[in-house]
Design a protein around this ligand. Structure first.
Ligand SMILES: [Fe+2]
Ligand SMILES: [Fe+2]
Length: 190
């Protein structure tokens, strides 16, 4: 991972995403690097790049995701449509850009639904995605949240899972089991 590669992928996401979504990716990348440093994750540049790339397929249409899933024999019946993009991103990065770093791809794949056994980079990206959202930035607790996640990465998992669950309940929508697993796996660790 070097500066040149990061520059290359920044240009790529500028072609794949609208400017406001690119801004989100840059915020997520900066937070991911910050949390990587705070938690002694050995490759802060990798965390940064995961932030840059995580939403690369976010603005693709349903047919795009479905066709990439079918091509790869990936079962998507259980996945809510707003969580298609982290899974299609993995295939798309591998196939179109020959991006093969497994650790980064894992973090990208888990950034929306989370899970029970997230590794450190997965957790960093999951938390950064939430704190890099416009919703989070508008909350009065924002700076406090960032500081808490710097101290305890589980707090970031708890926060994003909780806000996601509350939002879905409010809209009478289904909560994916992985989101509950994320919440349950950390609620006693904060
Ligand atoms: Fe996303
Ligand atoms: Fe995102």
């Amino acid at each position: 991972m070097n500066q040149e590669e990061i520059k290359k992928y920044k240009e790529i996401i500028s072609q794949e995403l609208t400017p406001s979504r690119v801004e989100h990716c840059l915020r997520v990348a900066e937070l991911a690097e910050r949390f990587a440093l705070a938690h002694n994750y050995p490759y802060p540049q990798k965390a940064y790049l995961a932030g840059i790339l995580h939403d690369i397929t976010k603005q693709k249409k349903r047919e795009f995701h479905v066709s990439i899933f079918e091509k790869n024999n990936f079962h998507y019946d259980d996945i809510p449509e707003n969580a298609f993009h982290p899974f299609s991103a993995k295939f798309y990065l591998q196939e179109k850009y020959n991006f093969q770093d497994e650790e980064t791809l894992s973090a990208i794949q888990n950034h929306t639904l989370g899970g029970e056994n997230l590794n450190l980079l997965d957790a960093i990206l999951y938390a950064s995605d939430f704190l890099g959202s416009e919703y989070a930035a508008k909350q009065k607790e924002y700076l406090e949240w960032v500081q808490q996640v710097e101290k305890n990465i589980y707090f970031g998992l708890y926060l994003k899972a909780k806000v996601t669950i509350l939002e879905l309940l409010e809209k009478n929508e289904r909560v994916h089991p992985s989101t509950f697993l994320t919440y349950n796996s950390v609620v006693n660790k904060i």
